[in-house]
Design a protein around this ligand. Structure first.
Ligand code: HPA
Length: 281
């Protein structure tokens, strides 16, 4: 499996997409699994299964659509990844972020990311929408970074800054619109862990002390690669569970709990995204 892609690889995928649609999307959406139906409401669409795109990783997770949907949503031409790649599935971070660079070469200037996350800050409750204002890249600090390997200068510099990954204007806009829509908006620091296990109580206490407000298993690699390539980034976590920090707790986080809460939150996130999209162009 290719570890490092070349500019030519990205452009071969872009050419394959261009041969299937005349749309030029300027906004990209990578959504947590619960929100994949949003793509089904897009109009005037080109739907391209990942399997038909060169260099795209093959999806492994059962029940995930695994296709790129390019079309109009809330009147805006968007490129939606229906099904995202996670590192815990066994992909390299270069593979999980391959579609981000493809979107950039396709003309996408703003990337919107959403995820399911566990609340670490005591003020966060299930159902909250947390606008990510900064992150802790734990896999990156341990040497697993999507920008590792030969730098492609066409995208960005060898040593990119990471202090303004999440575009201020978009964070402010999302908070302001969310509040106007009556949604439980929060802001905070998202910490990425590789997964697939949920965190131990000691890890949660440690992460809280380090300044993490929410934890999850995605988003940071995609945000970093987008920022490196000069894209604006908006990322929103949906809080699906409260992380367990007590050893003797009888509760246990589970995928079922995350999915059930995700379902509750989907209408909120959908309302926010549909309201925001026309304001992002
Ligand atoms: N931890 C990590 N990832 C998650 C969680 C969590 O508690 N909830 C949803 N995704």
């Amino acid at each position: 499996m290719t570890e490092h892609f070349t500019l030519r690889d990205y452009d071969e995928t872009v050419a394959a997409i261009r041969s299937r649609t005349s749309h030029t999307p300027t906004i990209g959406l990578i959504l947590g699994s619960g929100l994949n139906d949003l793509a089904d409401t897009a109009e005037d669409t080109a739907i391209i299964p990942y399997a038909e795109l060169p260099h795209f990783p093959a999806t492994t997770v059962a029940g995930h659509a695994g296709r790129l949907v390019i079309g109009r949503l809330a009147g805006v031409v968007v490129c939606i990844m229906q099904g995202r790649f996670h590192s815990y599935e066994g992909y390299s971070l270069q593979q999980t972020t391959f579609p981000v660079r493809v979107m950039q070469r396709l003309g996408v200037r703003t990337l919107v990311l959403t995820n399911a996350a566990g609340g670490v800050h005591p003020d966060l409750a299930v159902g909250d929408l947390m606008v990510i204002e900064d992150h802790i890249n734990l896999p990156g600090m341990a040497g697993n970074n999507p920008l590792r390997g030969p730098n492609l200068d066409e995208f960005g510099p060898r040593f990119p800054a990471a202090n303004r990954v999440y575009t201020r204007r978009l964070r402010d806009l999302a908070l302001q619109r969310g509040v106007a829509l009556g949604l439980p908006m929060r802001r905070g620091v998202y910490c990425m862990l590789a997964g697939p296990n949920f965190e131990s109580p000691a890890e949660i206490r440690m992460l809280r002390g380090w300044g993490a407000d929410a934890v999850g298993m995605s988003t940071v690699p995609e945000a970093l690669v987008a920022h490196h390539a000069g894209m604006d980034v908006l990322a929103v976590s949906t809080i699906t569970n409260v992380c367990i920090d007590a050893l003797e707790s009888q509760d246990e986080p589970s995928h079922e709990e995350v999915n059930a809460a995700g379902k509750l939150i989907v209408p909120r996130l959908r309302a926010l995204l549909l309201d925001l999209l026309p304001r992002l162009v």
